[in-house]
Design a protein around this ligand. Sequence first.
Ligand code: NAD
Length: 693
Amino acid sequence: MSDAASYSIRDGIAVITLNNPPVNGLGSVLRPGIMDGIRKADADPAVKAVVIIGSAKAFSGGADIREFNTPKMLVPPSLPEINDAQDACSKPMIAAIGGFALGGGLELALGCHYRVALPRSLLGLPEVKLGLLPGSGGTQRLPRVVGAAQAVQMMTTGNPIPAEKALQVGLVDEIVPGDLLEGAIAFALKAKGPRRIRDLKVKLEGDPQQFFEKVRADVAKASRGFPAPLEIVACVEAAVGKPFDEGRKEERQRFASLVEGNESKALRHMFFAERQTGKIPDVPDDTPLRPIRSAAVIGAGTMGGGIAMNFANAGIAVSIMDMTQEAVDKGVAKIKANYASTVSKGRLKQDEMDKRMALITPTTTLEAGKDADIVIEAVFERMDVKQDMFRKLDAVMKPGAILATNTSTLDVDAIAAVTKRPQDVIGTHFFSPANVMRLLEVVRGKKTAKDVLATTMKLGKTIKKVPVVSGVCDGFIGNRMVEKYGQQSLFLIDEGCSPAQVDAAAYKWGMAMGPLAMGDMAGLDIGWEIRKRRYVERPNFIYSKVGDKIAELGRYGQKTGKGWYKYNLPERKPIPDPEVEEIIQKYRAENKIKTRPIADEEIVERLIYALVNEAAYILEEGIALRASDIDMVYLTGYGFPLYRGGPMFYADTVGLKNVLNSMQKFQSGYQGAVWKPAPLLVKLANEGRRFND
Ligand code: NAD
């Protein structure tokens, strides 16, 4: 037997113990051992039953991700072959589940005839999160065990269920309160005999046709653009209406087509991209980190409050400072209201809220936070204000503290330059709402020390963000790109689109919301202020002034009840406004702009390729470390559809040559001068390569 799967006999029960840390991934070292164990037990007349058991932490986490895309994945036996042997076994087979049984891990457990679990175990089939479906009989066995409705629920959301719930729905036969192996052996000794799951009938209440019609409609609504959930429903339908082997065949076919599809490739890309962001070529993994036990946040406004919550959520004490008692009180009241709303929704316990609030210390002096290990400044977005603040922080903060700025556009190096410790200065660009959005751009200044960068990246993970390194440039990665996206949205309006048409095309393509609705949400005054600054700083940048016409009227978006749309506040649903249409028409007439009908396809191409082209410059300049980091920025900070994998991955799937051809076509169109393809894009397109190679 292999070390990864040991075999022993106790009280006439064969015990196959999985031992492939950290999660008992069903890799090439483990599968043969499991198979040997099953065969040996089946052939031994002294064996009455078989128990498969993992560790207390993990029965099995499913496929071994370290072997993804390697020949090791194909080493026999496959999991379906093991499942066949489980079905064929003439003795009762029991899965003893400690910790989690996920994906292929649960399929292995479903291949067993019975399941027992520790009270804290979690059971689930999360394949849908990677755009796939359970490919080793899971879609056929789970409904036979828990019924069609519960199986659809578990497999289309991918969310695991705890042991208690698993017991209720029949996925677990017994919960073992004490020693798992003892409990499993006791269960095995009294087990009635083999019970092949494949022979059970699927439970379904009511008429199957009506049931599946409703399920399809619900699932389609909840899974906009993702094919896997509906494919899962189809497999469950097969489990209900067809013999097991036919259902398995259908599952295999549907699995194979999902694996080949762009949506699953995009989600798998994202899975690996997230693991890449922490790798910084010139900063070794073992760089010593500075301990972060306490934090200070300066500015208790929109961002400061959310940032402070991140620390409190992670159990890190944090002080929050503003200029006046009134401002701090307002900021803290907002934090409290945020937590209270989560408590009222049942997603946070009151005593947990109290604990978190107790970690937050309001103050009006910088001195109160002087001993913090990191200070994050979130005051007004003005260079003079920021520099003044950093001089003060330099004077009060303890030596070795990390001095971070949440600036969204200003030069981090210029901020660092006013201190005597530019090596300790870094940018931490949170996204609004800062307690919710997962993206954190970590801005590495020219003088930022490696340990400061490594510590901030680690801290990002501790506070449950996706930290992505960006170099210093105007707007960093995300906002620098979004400027070009916004620019195109305004040109499209100039040329004849209504705001609703642009937004609808972007939404239909998969964006969480269109660019104009996004502007209304963020506040149109912010973009307007930036543009006014740009007109001076970068006179060559071409903008449509149609957005200014809207903002000049005090139409700042949701906060004023009017922007590109009108709103029946407090409802936030955008309603097209004839007044806006008039403003746009007047603007077109004054500027003698000819309009034309524009198809959704062109709208989407212009918006998305504008992102892609700027991203190519960003990559070429070394502002982003890798294409997949740019994808992560858009997937976690800008509502980019997950199943498209981010702008770079999407461009790769379209083919860079095709992207380039479209850009060249746009060059002869309205404001075509802005379409200068980035040299990197041209080079890769001509070489037939991809951004994400
Ligand atoms: P805000 O106006 O809501 O809050 C700023 C707070 O800083 C105010 O409460 C103000 O009283 C306080 N403040 C100003 N000067 C101070 C000083 N000298 N000492 C102490 N407190 C002072 O602004 P915001 O939206 O929270 O933005 C803060 C920073 O975060 C800006 O740099 C902004 O660019 C950046 N940012 C904002 C967003 C966003 O969506 N709002 C997103 C990312 C980054």
